[in-house]
Structures are given as structure tokens and as C-alpha cells.
Design a protein. Structure first.
Length: 121
């Protein structure tokens, strides 16, 4: 049994307003066909994109591994990246030494582009 108090009423009203807002916001957004519809898959893809190492120190820790993970995740969404962008990830996944400034810049640009593409949904 729920006791109605002014505080509870405000919380319920607030939660209902947010639910209404998000339902309306999401229903009016344009869905892009090539983006993952499944919430879990989209979350994993976003985590892989955000996990891409774009700084020299972090790339030295696990940069090739993070690039490889993103490559594998993008196999299911091949139309999200161009061949040139995939080539940047391939180079990063195979990298052995300290990363070049060119590679890190390419990874940063790619990360920004992928985040923008997914945020458009």
C-alpha cells in the first residue's frame, strides 16, 4: 500500500514528467537504419568507441587491444565506418612501438566521428 504525501506526490509527478519527456523526445527522433537498435549492443559499441586510446601514454598501455576490440565490434556494423577509417583501426591494432602523432590524430578524429554518428540516433 502506498501512502500519499505531498512529497511522494511530487516525486511521482516528477518521474511521470520525465517519462513523458523522454518518450516524446525519443519518438520524434529520426532513427538511422544502420545504427544498432538494441540498447545493450549500442552500449557495448559506445564503450568500445570511448575506450579507443588516443593519447600516447594510454595507447602505450593497451591501445592496440582497444583498437582491436572496436574493430571486432564494428564487424556487425560495417556501414558505420569507411574503408579508410577501418584502415586506421587496423594500423592501430597492429601497432608495436610508440604511436606516431599521425596515428593518434587519426584515432581521435575517428573516435569523434563515430561518437557523432551514434549520437544522431
Amino acid at each position: 500500500m502506498r501512502i500519499k504525501t505531498p512529497e511522494n506526490h511530487q516525486i511521482v509527478k516528477c518521474a511521470t514528467s520525465y517519462q513523458f519527456y523522454f518518450q516524446n523526445t525519443l519518438s520524434h527522433r529520426t532513427r538511422v537504419d544502420h545504427l544498432p537498435a538494441d540498447y545493450e549492443e549500442r552500449s557495448l559499441l559506445l564503450a568500445a568507441i570511448r575506450g579507443l586510446r588516443t593519447e600516447p601514454t594510454s595507447f602505450g598501455d593497451d591501445g592496440p587491444i582497444s583498437a582491436y576490440k572496436l574493430l571486432r565490434r564494428l564487424e556487425e556494423h560495417s556501414d558505420l565506418v569507411t574503408d579508410g577509417e577501418r584502415a586506421v583501426l587496423d594500423r592501430a591494432a597492429d601497432w608495436i612501438d610508440q604511436p606516431s602523432a599521425e596515428l593518434l590524430t587519426g584515432l581521435q578524429i575517428l573516435q569523434d566521428k563515430l561518437l557523432d554518428r551514434l549520437s544522431d540516433t
